[in-house]
Write a protein that binds this ligand. Structure first.
Ligand code: ADP
Ligand code: ASP
Ligand code: MG
Length: 433
């Protein structure tokens, strides 16, 4: 069967204001004749701003929450003013979209914070997708709007839903192919999904790339493209390092390793659904759409320069048995069950006779919850605010440069890869008397 469908994902940076949305439309003009499923996330930093709304409401400061949500609504209206004629139907559609989050603020804060978070935060993607799709139609690019929650079903772990693939496939088959038969593009939201009870869930921060991969998988897409503010995947984050270069081609394996350890250019869950169906992933620049970008696929020769990733907000836990029993023989499975229950992302681990050290992403209060579960039986030493530096295809020179001014807390070397958990050397000022 000839594959002709492509999946495009436009993230927050690519639709952050009216001019950016116009630029997206210009890129899409080039694909006017093609079948596209387009995924958009919330505009600019909307999701960060919505997190403040959730937090204010949770602390009982509902007036502030309402004010912050209203500011965001106004910011969306300002963007619409630059894209649409007054009285365009998009205004009432976006207004109705915000009403759903406003209703949540009319209720007292929900006891399940994560549930409440998802019911409010989804307005970012919903409003952005309404605005972009209406604008594309206005530009003569026919576009049908799809609610991603009619397709992607997850379990009921809010803020980090796991996709229920079988049901999702069924929902997709029912909903999307008829839309694809009609002329024009199909446009939907990243990041959001639903439970079987019709409550909104999300796939984890920055999860829109993953949504695009889910749709690519479901639709047997010919390729997936994510449009970014960088020329492609680089050897390190250009916000941190200035001597970076573009990687023209990457294997799925290299990409999954890089992204798992903090290359935030692609969400780590993106690669697997693509790799399973050998769908190539292009990372291209929305600033320079003619650039070659990076292609990630299965058939790449594995020769790479040193690639550096830095993951911040790391916690290191040294867990020791209180009764001097061997940790590996008696306790590892218990500890791992609890780690999985808390959905902690483990980045590195080491064990000795009676202790087990693990470096994890320090998100929200997950680490403290985990410690709460184990401290009866284990002694725990916790270090926070650490960084994990991963260098793949390392050279000693690159490594020494990176480690200057850092205290190494844990280190592991395997063939070609070094991982180091570090903290900054405290600056001690002293005066000779
Ligand atoms: P989106 O607009 O889709 O949300 P992101 O901001 O999440 O895009 O991702 C793009 C950013 O990822 C870049 O601006 C860059 O700073 C960062 N980044 C981190 N690591 C890399 C890397 N190895 N290559 C390219 N960009 C990277
Ligand atoms: N808007 C969501 C976030 O900022 C999802 C995404 O951008 O991919 O996390
Ligand atoms: Mg992002």
């Amino acid at each position: 069967m000839k594959k002709t469908l492509k999946v495009f994902k436009f993230g927050g940076a690519s639709i952050k204001d009216a001019d950016s949305i116009k630029n997206v439309a210009s890129i899409l003009e080039r694909f006017r004749e093609e079948k596209l499923i387009i995924i958009v996330s919330a505009m600019g930093k909307t999701t960060n701003a919505l997190e403040k709304v959730v937090s204010a409401h949770n602390y009982g400061n509902t007036e502030l929450a309402r004010q912050l949500l209203d500011d965001l609504k106004k910011a969306h209206y300002q963007i619409m003013d630059a894209l649409f004629e007054p009285g365009d139907e998009v205004y009432s559609i976006v207004n109705d979209t915000f009403v759903e989050s406003e209703w949540v603020l009319d209720e007292p804060p929900h006891e399940n914070y994560d549930f409440m978070y998802d019911q409010i935060i989804c307005v970012g993607e919903l409003a952005a997708s309404r605005i972009v799709s209406s604008y594309l139609n206005r530009r003569g690019l026919r576009t049908q709007w799809l609610d991603a929650r009619d397709v992607i079903l997850t379990d009921d772990i809010y803020r980090e839903g796991w996709v229920q693939w079988e049901e999702t496939e069924e929902r997709y088959a029912h909903k999307v192919p008829p839309m694809l038969e009609s002329p024009g593009f199909v446009l939907t939201q990243g990041f959001i999904a639903t439970t079987s009870e019709n409550a909104t869930t999300t796939l984890g921060r920055e999860g829109s790339d993953y949504t695009a991969a889910i749709f690519s998988h479901l639709s047997d897409a010919e390729s997936m493209t994510i449009w970014k503010d960088v020329p492609g995947v680089l050897t390190a984050d250009p916000r941190i390092f200035d001597n970076v270069s573009k990687l023209d081609r990457l294997s799925y394996k290299e990409a999954i390793e890089m992204t798992y350890y903090g290359a935030t250019v692609i969400h780590p869950k993106t690669i697997k659904p693509l790799q399973n169906k050998s769908i190539p992933l292009y990372v291209k620049s929305f600033v320079n759409p003619d650039g070659e970008g990076t292609v990630i696929s299965g058939d790449v020769e594995e020769v790479y320069p040193p690639i550096v990733t830095i993951e911040r907000n790391q916690a290191l836990l040294q867990i020791s048995t209180r009764d001097f029993s061997f940790v590996a023989e008696h306790h590892i499975s218990q500890l791992f069950t609890l780690i999985a229950d808390q959905r902690l992302q483990v980045n590195m681990m080491q064990n000795s006779a009676i202790s087990f050290s693990v470096c994890v992403n320090d998100t929200d209060d997950k680490v403290l919850r985990f410690i709460g579960h184990i401290e009866k039986n284990f002694k725990v030493i916790l270090d926070r605010e650490l960084q994990l530096i991963t260098v793949r295809h390392y050279t000693e020179e690159v490594l020494q440069n990176l480690l200057g001014g850092k205290i190494v807390m844990m280190e592991e070397r395997s063939r070609g890869t070094v991982q180091v958990v570090v903290k900054d050397v405290p600056v001690i000022s002293w005066k000779a008397s």
